[in-house]
Ligand binder design. Structure first.
Ligand code: AMP
Ligand code: MG
Length: 409
């Protein structure tokens, strides 16, 4: 048994950022840039007004005061999207809207709220202004040719805005890992079918696919395979040709018919670890296959017990998927802490993920540790809203202990 920490380190050591693919900008949010992107144009692309008001020459208002206002002749109105026809000379102004190009000759904008209509269509100004005031200068935000976004950047909506403003329609992104999901077990039937005696519905498949789809990952559903090495091998060999990551549930324990690990080995996967000091999820298997092109395919053998499978998916598979996509791994993240309401015995040699009901309490959160809990207890997990860490090295959680937890979403 290796520790959860060592297991995660081994996973990160084998997960390599995948290659690049071009992505239309409109579908690139949350993707990672596979190359630096440089500015094709300056932003703003031209000097323009930051206010609705009047474009004028600051020198004309040098002596303007409430006692001695200055009146300027208004030449025309420039709307956003238009360019003015006229050049602003001494004693002149142009009525201008936010975003409209600054007319030639003008060097400043005074907001409309600080002006009054003057005689004969003129505009009256009762104060001075500085040159460049309320002018958004060409290139003040982004210089042409400058580095816009660095390779490795996670594209957020504000980055999409930046790229769109540049007219960039496609970006080089790290491609998404292709994941294949297979449930193994002679007892399993599709959840839409009626089980005969002794059979149960495959709940792992739908749960794992739901999690992957929520993480935005394309997953291939390989369905159900029996505990037969030949059949399992055929399904997995075929999937391995296409997938970057195989996620198989069941058959990784020490049962007489458990054959997942042997089949992985037969496909050339090297066992990196098997058995992690965690509860639930102890039989977790992780293997890797170095491909000739330098890529590294990954295989996870998750325990068949549904709650163990889901915990392992979140705690160990998800970090691998993040690394493959070029994300700085942010899971698992237990950044909240809460105080246990009750005692709960646990194996001292393992880290336990405890299903809890967390609720706000004065000064933080209180954690009601659900009793009993087990790796096959689906109803129990659905009653929980939080997963808390009970560290290895202690044989029980005691009421009053402070535990780190995360929401179960
Ligand atoms: P295994 O890891 O194959 O020994 O399976 C452990 C337990 O999980 C057994 O009780 C299985 O019946 C159950 N199990 C395995 N696979 C699934 C699945 N896909 N859906 C629901 N339960 C499963
Ligand atoms: Mg089984």
């Amino acid at each position: 048994m290796i520790s959860a920490e060592d297991a995660l380190a081994a996973i990160h050591a084998h997960a390599r950022v995948l290659g690049a693919e071009p992505i239309p900008l409109g579908r690139s949010v949350d993707r990672v840039l596979a190359a630096d992107v440089f500015a094709a144009t300056a932003l703003p692309p031209f000097d323009n007004s930051a206010m609705d008001g009047f474009a004028l020459r600051a020198a004309d208002l040098k002596d303007a005061t409430p006692q001695a206002p200055v009146e300027l002749t208004v030449l025309e109105t420039v709307r956003a999207g238009q360019t003015g026809l006229l050049c602003v000379g001494p004693g002149e102004a142009v009525r201008i809207m936010t975003g409209a190009p600054l007319p030639r000759g003008a060097d400043s904008v005074v907001m409309v709220e600080l002006t009054e209509p003057g005689a004969g269509g003129k505009v009256r100004l009762a104060g001075s202004t500085r040159a460049r005031s309320h002018v958004r200068a060409r290139g003040e935000d982004v210089r042409e040719g400058s580095l816009l976004l660095e390779k490795g950047a996670l594209l957020r909506p504000c980055d999409i805005a930046l790229l769109a403003a540049q007219g960039i329609t496609e970006v080089p992104a790290v491609r998404l890992p292709r994941v294949a999901v297979l449930a193994t077990g002679d007892e399993l039937i599709d959840y839409r079918d009626e089980p005969a005696a002794g059979r149960i519905r495959n709940s792992n498949g739908p749960a794992l696919l739901a999690a992957l789809s929520r993480w935005g990952l394309p997953a291939e559903n390989l369905g159900i395979a029996p505990d037969e090495p030949a059949a399992l091998r055929e399904t997995l060999a075929d999937a391995l040709a296409r997938a970057d990551v195989l996620v198989v549930t069941g058959g990784v324990s020490v049962g007489d018919f458990d054959c997942t690990k042997a089949v992985f080995a037969g496909l050339g996967l090297r066992e990196i670890f098997w058995k992690v000091a965690i509860k639930p999820g102890k039989p977790l298997y992780f293997g890797a296959l170095e491909a000739p092109d330098g890529a590294c395919k990954l295989a996870f053998g998750l325990p068949g017990n549904p709650i163990a499978a889901l915990v392992c998916l979140e705690e160990f598979v998800r970090p691998a998927l993040e690394t493959l996509q070029g994300h700085a791994p942010k899971h698992p993240s237990y950044h909240l802490s809460g105080t246990a309401d009750n005692d709960y015995p646990k194996p001292a040699d393992r880290l336990q993920y405890l299903f809890c009901r967390a609720r706000p309490s004065p000064g933080g959160y209180a954690l009601d540790v659900i009793r009993p809990q087990g790796s096959a207890m689906l109803g129990m997990a659905s009653r929980a809203n939080a997963l808390a860490l009970a560290p290895a090295g202690v044989d029980r959680v005691r009421a009053g202990d402070v535990l780190r937890f995360r929401w179960l979403k």
